[in-house]
Design a protein around this ligand. Sequence first.
Ligand code: URA
Length: 235
Amino acid sequence: MRIDKLLANMGYGSRKDVKILLKQGVVRVDDQPVKDAKRQVDLETERVTVQGEVVEYKPFVYLMMNKPAGVISATEDKVEATVIDLIDPSYAHYDLFPVGRLDKDTTGLLLLTNDGAFNHALMSPRKHVDKVYIAEVDGEMTADDVRQFAEGVVLEDGYTTKPARLELLSKGRRSTIRLTLSEGKYHQVKRMVAAVGKHVERLERVQIGALELDLTLEPGAYRELSEEEVDLFFT
Ligand code: URA
């Protein structure tokens, strides 16, 4: 990749800013100053420094997004805006994809990565990574629903869900629930609530495994996971 593009991607400023750094002679490749913005570099085999600081080769990226409503969990779409459209172009060369899917109208914790092993660690049914949702429901969720969800409910297609933990956060004509699932069937929360005769009006994912949604992220905002957060899924 061209050195000006690489350094811009790695957060050293715009292509223009990077050109200035190059002109200043503070960018070195294998200890030789490089001033040519078009110089091709490969971080796997060459050591690039900026003002003496090594530019780290980072093959994988892990992002936590607070997904807003109205965008789809896909990498591209001819009609709809996707979660990838919300990511800064400086990440484009990483070819990120969403880990699993949230419905267009579902908000909250969505992870994006380019690491297939990470995706597998989260999505494989055999890994049993719990996903936690908060939902606003039209209708009163009851203690009997708690019992039914714990035993498994039969969805409209005949599938019986695995035991799920339902907590009633507020009750009334409308209810707020917290639901912990160990599987991820299509529209699962909405279909489980429908199976007990009620309707999900708003749905947010707040936790995956031990990783909670960072509440400082505004809808549509994202940040990279820390190493500790990534490791939560590799143990
Ligand atoms: N269950 C749903 O119904 N929708 C989602 O987006 C996630 C889980």
